[in-house]
Design a protein around this ligand. Structure first.
Ligand code: SF4
Length: 109
């Protein structure tokens, strides 16, 4: 079982993993979960940087980000680095996407 799968399993996401196969190509397979789910411990910033570097090489970065944005249950979206973005960065992106979606809908009306 790869590290992403272990991380997701830890978060109770086995069903979602079973429905998708992009995780088999994840660059983070074999990487430590603590890299992608850093807490507030000393060295957390360095872990985030290292995780983002790995994500930048990942062939399924877009799939991973989309999964985090649109598939993960809301309560689990708040944790970890997915698709190269922290939870705070994903929240900002989600807000931008929602704003642009509303703007497009208003323009089409
Ligand atoms: S983008 Fe990052 S977190 Fe997502 S599968 Fe790739 S390496 Fe793992």
């Amino acid at each position: 079982m790869g590290q992403l799968s272990q991380s997701c399993s830890r978060m109770g996401l086995e069903d979602e993993i079973a429905q998708s196969d992009w995780q088999t190509l994840a660059a983070c397979r074999g990487a430590g979960a603590e890299l992608f789910f850093p807490g507030r411990e000393a060295g957390a910033a360095a872990k985030i940087i290292a995780a983002k570097k790995l994500c930048a090489t990942c062939p399924v970065q877009q799939e991973c980000l989309q999964y985090a944005l649109f598939v993960l249950p809301h309560e689990q979206r708040r944790f970890g680095i997915w698709g190269g973005l922290t939870e705070k960065e994903r929240r900002k992106l989600r807000n931008t996407l929602n704003r642009n979606g509303r703007k497009s809908a208003e323009e089409a009306a």
